[in-house]
Ligand binder design. Structure first.
Ligand code: ZN
Length: 144
């Protein structure tokens, strides 16, 4: 595993590896791949390494629809760039339709991955590194 300058596991590596945002070590999904599709979004209740809750509230992942939408749009743009580069795009022929068909196909194929990574990104937006530590005892309350 790669580590950044602070000795923490790198955030990019942890996101790509779909690791828990709090410890960047525990897996966020029960299965590594998207197959079987039916259970590809199954998460453990909490991180097996640090105990961070994988679904902090009921319906927490409702907002991931927007994340996956944004990622799908980004993928369309990415496809546009390489398609333009390799095949060229012109309004004078059907190339724009070939691009659209190719891009829609790719985005549909990638949808399971997009859904998984969307949840990962979403949890990273709310949970900071080290947010949950199982091993350390609770600090005593001193305020009252
Ligand atoms: Zn963890």
């Amino acid at each position: 595993m790669s580590h950044d300058t602070n000795g923490k596991p790198s955030v990019i590596g942890a996101i790509c590896g779909m690791k828990c945002p709090s410890c960047r070590e525990g897996k966020m999904y029960k299965q590594n791949g998207i197959f079987p599709i039916k259970t590809m979004l199954d998460m453990p209740e909490e991180c097996p390494v640090c105990g961070q809750k994988m679904e902090p509230q009921v319906g927490f992942y409702f907002g991931t629809g927007y994340v996956s939408y944004a990622l799908s749009v980004a993928l369309f743009v990415f496809n546009l760039v390489w398609y333009w580069f390799f095949f060229g795009l012109s309004v004078m022929d059907n190339s724009i339709f070939y691009y659209l068909a190719t891009s829609i196909g790719i985005v549909l194929l990638m949808q399971p991955y997009i859904m998984r990574i969307s949840r990962v990104l979403y949890l990273y937006m709310f949970v900071r590194y080290g947010a949950h530590k199982k091993a350390e005892p609770q600090a005593p309350l001193t305020s009252h």
